[in-house]
Write a new protein. Structure first.
Length: 320
């Protein structure tokens, strides 16, 4: 639910007050009644005018009471994949001794947040001294470290004349892994060359020893034979079903030797993460190789999480 259209907005410290179209219409009627009472001197119109003014005063007092002494907590998973919803538990605690809170909606504090909640948590009635929980879906837009330091409480209680919000602290942190998408996996006999998102399979049994070729992994080098001949030689493996793959991720442009553009980087990271994810889910061993390092081969879920955590922050060091 989006915020209602407002006629004007007043901001003060951690609060905002917006006059809604309904509230503006009520104020117009209020002025009309006031002019009629002044021109005619009708006591009944004065009573109606006083009642209308009391509605506005009561609206401000009750909405402020409803927003007082509220605390929001969020409980979510340690990690999520970008652009995929994950479960988030939102808790609203009312620390007032006797007054309940009505019609409270929890919203993101930023005007353009890097995440969104679906649906936005809405608490119709929160008794005094109690905590109400809501289960919602959180979807992060991009990979990296998601840290939410604040949220906004919004209400139109009791008459809808004003839309009042209050910003309060909220501590919620999680790691956002790269987006996973469908990719075309390599054939088991396929051998790729080094580059972004390219994989090189490694079989299970030793099949032959051959000369080193560009794109071969150093982990396959047969050092004993290479020492005898003076040339690098590698072990060639024959697959028996499951294989080991090296996923290459290049972060620089070979022509300029500079970091690639942000859009290209995100595309390459997402492609590499998708290949790693689908290969490990099929039971294959996977290693991630960049210009600086290469990880061991493994097919466990712990290895998958380690690789995804590395890919979540790779290339973002300047932003953290």
């Amino acid at each position: 639910m989006t915020a209602p259209r407002s006629v004007f907005t007043i901001s003060l410290q951690n609060r905002t007050l917006q006059l809604t179209r309904e509230g503006f219409g009520f104020i117009v009627i209020l002025f009309g009644v006031g002019l009629g009472a002044i021109n005619t001197g009708n006591n009944l119109l004065y009573l109606i005018l006083a009642m209308c003014c009391s509605f506005i005063a009561v609206s401000g007092v009750l909405s402020e009471m409803s927003l007082k002494k509220l605390r929001v907590q969020g409980e979510g998973p340690a990690y999520l994949y970008a652009q995929e919803p994950g479960s988030l538990k939102v808790k609203l605690s009312n620390h007032k001794k006797w007054a309940p809170s009505y019609s409270i909606r929890v919203k993101a504090a930023e005007s353009h947040p890097s995440f969104f909640l679906e649906p936005e948590p809405y608490f119709f009635f929160t008794p005094a001294g109690e905590t109400i929980e809501k289960q919602v879906l959180l979807t992060a837009q991009k990979r990296g470290h998601l840290k939410i330091n604040a949220c906004r409480l919004a209400t139109r209680f009791p008459f809808g004349f004003f839309y009042k919000t209050k910003t309060i602290p909220l501590e919620l942190e999680m790691v956002i892994f790269p987006a996973i998408r469908p990719v075309e996996l390599p054939q088991q006999s396929e051998i790729g060359l080094e580059g972004e998102g390219i994989v090189q399979p490694r079989g299970d049994e030793l099949h032959a020893i051959r000369e080193f070729q560009p794109g071969d992994s150093l982990s396959c080098v047969y050092w004993k034979s290479s020492a005898k001949t003076g040339n690098l030689r590698v072990k060639e493996f024959q697959s028996q079903g499951l294989q080991s793959y090296t996923v290459f991720l290049t972060l620089t442009d070979p022509a300029t030797n500079r970091p690639v553009a942000k859009e290209v980087l995100e595309e390459r990271v997402s492609t590499a993460a998708s290949m790693i994810y689908h290969l490990i889910q099929r039971g294959h061993e996977v290693s991630l190789k960049t210009e600086e390092s290469q990880t061991p081969f493994d097919s466990s879920q712990a290895h998958l999480l380690d690789l995804m955590r590395s890919l979540a922050f790779i290339g973002l060091e300047d932003e953290t």
